[in-house]
Ligand binder design. Structure first.
Ligand SMILES: Nc1ncnc2c1ncn2[C@@H]1O[C@H](COP(=O)(O)OP(=O)(O)OP(=O)(O)O)[C@@H](O)[C@H]1O
Length: 258
């Protein structure tokens, strides 16, 4: 099996007259923790939207495990093992924390409608297993005691963590995290960093994250892609990227992100 799990092959996204992303190439290797960074408006979220089928690239293609994702819908890509979180939290706010996770887990259940109506043994067993799995995931993120509380009663930082738990409940091979630490304080961010590293090990996951918190990115990513005006201007280890003249220039004037 190839070492490359996810590949962007010269992907371009044109919105009318604006090329938000231009002929972008990159590869994420199996098991890697990779980062996608760049100043505001560089095209990072647009890249995630192309990877996950929200947008079809106007040119180029995305390859997951050697197979093109061209023309696939987001739910089809999710079934192939790519999960994501969003910059703006998207939870079922009135439902409990656990129900939010169960709904995500159900998307990949193998039993039939008839099992569910007749409450067959297979259905009951699968439901129990799913419930256990979801509770275990909540435990990893220290959310188990809030399992039966409404999602909208959680503080913002915990809602972000719940989004990650929901993504993990789909048993992904790769998880794309869009600004997971946004709105978190220093100690929450530090804890999140440790948890991301832990779940990567525990679930043999591949992770690609967008993040403005440079401490987080430089602290956990092994390989970083830097976008500016839709173009990849640098790629490498945290040390290589931090020392790059092009990267420093791209960030000049936006020092609040440094
Ligand atoms: N649906 C859309 N239609 C038109 N233009 C868009 C659309 N989505 C994004 N853009 C534009 O594409 C460019 C890249 O936006 P994108 O949100 O991908 O950047 P980003 O790097 O994620 O920014 P930020 O760090 O601020 O979240 C911006 O100029 C944005 O205004």
């Amino acid at each position: 099996m190839s070492d490359v799990l996810l590949e962007a092959k010269t992907i371009t996204m044109q919105f009318g007259g604006l090329k938000a992303v231009c002929a972008l190439d990159f590869k994420v290797h199996r098991g890697q923790l990779a980062g996608l960074i760049g100043p505001n408006g560089a095209g990072k979220t647009t890249v995630f939207n192309m990877l996950t089928g929200v947008y079809q690239p106007t040119q180029g293609e995305v390859i997951l495990e050697g197979q093109s994702l061209k023309g696939l819908k987001p739910y089809e890509i999710s079934k192939r093992g790519m999960a994501r979180t969003f910059q703006n939290i998207r939870l079922f706010k009135g439902l409990t924390v656990l129900d939010n996770v169960l709904i995500a887990g159900h998307q990949h259940m193998k039993y039939m409608m008839v099992d569910s109506i007749l409450q067959t043994q297979r259905f009951v067993k699968t439901e129990q297993e799913l419930q256990e799995k979801c509770m275990n995931l909540l435990k990893i993120f220290h959310l188990e005691e809030k399992a039966h509380k409404p999602a909208n009663s959680l503080p913002y930082g915990e809602q972000r963590k719940l989004e990650i738990v929901r993504a993990l409940a789909t048993d992904p091979k790769i998880i794309l995290l869009d600004e997971p630490a946004a709105g978190m304080n220093h100690s929450e961010t530090h804890h999140l960093m440790e948890t991301i590293a832990k779940i990567r090990e525990q679930f043999k996951l591949t992770v690609l994250l967008i993040e403005h918190d440079m401490k987080l990115v430089m602290g956990i990513c092994e390989n970083i892609f830097v976008l500016d005006h839709g173009v990849k201007i640098e790629e490498g280890t945290p040390e290589q990227v931090q020392g790059s003249k092009k990267v420093i220039e791209a960030y000049l004037g936006v020092e609040e992100h440094a």
